[in-house]
Each structure stands twice: as structure tokens, then as C-alpha cells.
Design a protein around this ligand. Structure first.
Ligand SMILES: [Cu+2]
Length: 338
């Protein structure tokens, strides 16, 4: 090939490459990075993106140049001249991808090992997925009744590595906080694990990313990352609420487990998945409230679907906790004949 065409082709490739690089770089494609793992994972994204942009620019450069330079004249009815293979070229286009793919595999493997690296001394949080809610259990925080602390929202101190041990009570779910990048399936009968060290204080969304049934889209919870001091205060508060019992404990449970799906003015909650409890529980009987919690499918509120509200609160909560919830809901909505 003549030198001039190679220069022209290179120019086209560089222009395409720069345009693509700008699209990749200036548009914020990824959510905020809020964990040590996120920085590692993002570096893999960037390395792969740079390689892809370079290869695409090369291929697009040759293609665009060929269309422009070798276009047949309107009156040219000749067959193209026969071309035989080019051994050198074939060796190059076999070797280059082999080297690149091997490099990407090794780079990703090292990044994953780094991301999942844990000091011996670390916090463990057990994550349980079920249709359609998450429960987070802190095995090293024991409450007065001997049970470990459990919460429907995930609360963690910043800058401390956490090992998540993940499982499911029914179908396959998947635990994911986009800002942390790490993602892991929750499978019944199996305990999977992932590691996260939150690096930013803030509130993030916990999302189920495995289509798991009717309520999949609402299977969301909150992850709150606090300073070490605020975290200890939160743990103490949970201890206190659990020890208190009655409607005080009910209020804490409601905020943690139910607020994401129900409006309740008293709790300041805005969930739209289930009925507005201020309206639907007004003047309700205690038995009805209790049944609605432990056996939600017994009566389905008008305009709503069965099987969206989790079916196993009866097993998940102690009798005392359910009493507390019922008491709290009756107080909050003026039900129970009061
Ligand atoms: Cu799910």
C-alpha cells in the first residue's frame, strides 16, 4: 500500500478514536464510586474501554477509508482483482487478539482477588433475600434476648471491610449496591459471599438484580453508611428499642421492614407498593392487623396483588415483635376500637 493511503487511513482512525474516547470519558456512565472495591472494578472497566476504543478506531478507520478511497466508478463493471491471503497479516490478527484477551483475563483475575481480599479481623453481615425483601443480620451484635441484631435496612460504618454471607429463602435473588460495584447471587441452600469496604458516608439503594417474581422491581432496601461514631449510636439505639418491646419496638421494626412499601404518616414513610395504612387501617380490628402481617394472602386489599408482601413475617419475627408491630399500627392509625 502506498504511504499516502496509510497516513490518510491513520488520520481517519485517530479522529474516530478521539470522538469515541470523548464519549467514553466525558459522559458519567457509571454511578458514584463509594467503596474501595469500586475503584478496583472501575479500573478494569477503563482498561477494557481503552482497548476497545483503540481496536474499534482501527477497524472503523480502515472500513471508512476503504469505502471512500476504493469506491467503484458508476461505469465500472469489472470484477475486482483476485486477492490471495497475506500470511503476515493473518499472523498479526491472530496474535494481537490472543495477547489482548489473555491480558484482560489476567488483569480481571488480579482485580477480583484484590477486591475480595479481607483482613482476618473484619465484620460479617448475613444477607437473606426472600420474595420480596432483604434482611440483614449482624451475628456479632447480640441483643438482650440473645438474638442477633437484624434489620431491614443495611447500616454500616465507613472504612471498615465487611464480609457479606448471602443466602435466599426461596428463589434466586441477587444482592447489589451499584455504588459499591460488587454483586452476588442469593441462592437457597447455598451461602455465597462478597466483600465490600464502604469508602463514602451516604445513603445508597440495595437492589435485587435477579428477576425473582411479581415484586422483583420493588425488592429494594437502603444501605446507610455512617461514621464509626454514628454507627455505634445506631447499634445502641437498636439494642434499646429491642429491649423496650411493645409499640416502641414495633415502630423500629416498621421503619426497617415495612416503610419501603407502605405510607404511614406516623412513621413518615412513603412506600407506594402496598396500601396506604393510614387509610386502610383506620378503625381496623386488632385481629385483622395481625392476620394482614402473618398471613397477608388471607385477605387481599382491593386493587393490590397477592404474594407481593413477604409471606413469612410469622417466622421471621418473634411473637413479641409481632405484638409490638400490631400495637404500634393500632396506635398510629387509631384502630383497635380506640
Ligand atoms: Cu429478588
Amino acid at each position: 500500500m502506498r504511504k499516502r493511503s496509510i497516513i490518510q487511513m491513520t488520520l481517519v482512525g485517530v479522529v474516530v478514536g478521539l470522538a469515541l474516547a470523548a464519549v467514553a470519558f466525558f459522559i458519567p456512565w457509571l454511578p458514584d464510586a463509594a467503596s474501595e472495591q469500586a475503584d478496583i472494578i472501575d479500573s478494569v472497566y477503563w482498561v477494557v474501554t481503552v482497548i476497545c476504543v483503540a481496536i474499534f478506531a482501527l477497524v472503523a478507520g480502515v472500513a471508512v477509508y476503504a469505502v471512500w478511497k476504493f469506491r467503484a466508478a458508476p461505469d465500472d463493471m469489472d470484477d475486482g482483482s483476485p486477492i490471495h491471503g497475506h500470511t503476515g497479516l493473518e499472523i498479526v490478527w491472530t496474535l494481537v487478539p490472543t495477547v489482548l484477551v489473555t491480558f484482560i483475563a489476567v488483569y480481571s483475575g488480579v482485580a477480583l482477588a484484590q477486591a475480595e481480599d479481607l483482613p482476618d479481623d473484619h465484620r460479617v453481615v448475613e444477607v437473606t433475600g426472600e420474595q420480596f425483601a432483604w434482611t440483614f443480620t449482624y451475628p456479632d451484635v447480640e441483643l438482650e434476648n440473645g438474638e442477633p441484631l437484624a434489620s431491614g435496612e443495611l447500616v454500616l460504618p465507613v472504612g471498615e471491610p465487611v464480609e457479606f454471607l448471602i443466602t435466599s429463602k426461596d428463589v434466586i435473588h441477587s444482592f447489589w449496591v451499584p455504588e459499591w460495584r460488587m454483586k452476588q447471587d442469593a441462592v437457597r441452600g447455598v451461602t455465597t459471599r462478597t466483600v465490600v469496604e464502604p469508602s463514602k458516608v451516604g445513603t445508597f439503594e440495595v437492589i435485587c438484580t435477579e428477576l425473582c417474581g411479581l415484586g422483583h422491581a420493588v425488592m429494594r432496601s437502603r444501605a446507610r453508611v455512617l461514621s464509626a461514631g454514628d454507627f455505634s449510636a445506631w447499634v445502641e439505639e437498636q439494642r434499646r428499642l429491642a429491649a423496650e418491646g411493645g409499640s416502641v419496638q414495633g415502630e423500629a421494626l416498621f421503619s426497617a421492614q415495612c416503610a419501603s412499601c407502605h405510607v404511614l404518616e406516623e412513621a413518615g414513610s412513603q412506600g407506594q407498593v402496598g396500601p396506604n395504612l393510614d387509610e386502610s387501617l383506620e378503625g381496623a380490628e386488632e385481629d385483622f392487623v395481625r392476620e394482614s402481617i402473618v398471613e397477608p394472602n388471607a385477605t387481599i386489599a382491593e386493587g393490590f396483588q397477592p404474594d407481593v408482601m413477604p409471606q413469612n413475617y410469622g417466622e421471621l419475627f418473634t411473637d413479641e415483635q409481632i405484638d409490638g408491630l400490631v400495637e404500634y399500627l393500632l396506635e398510629a392509625t387509631g384502630g383497635g376500637g380506640r
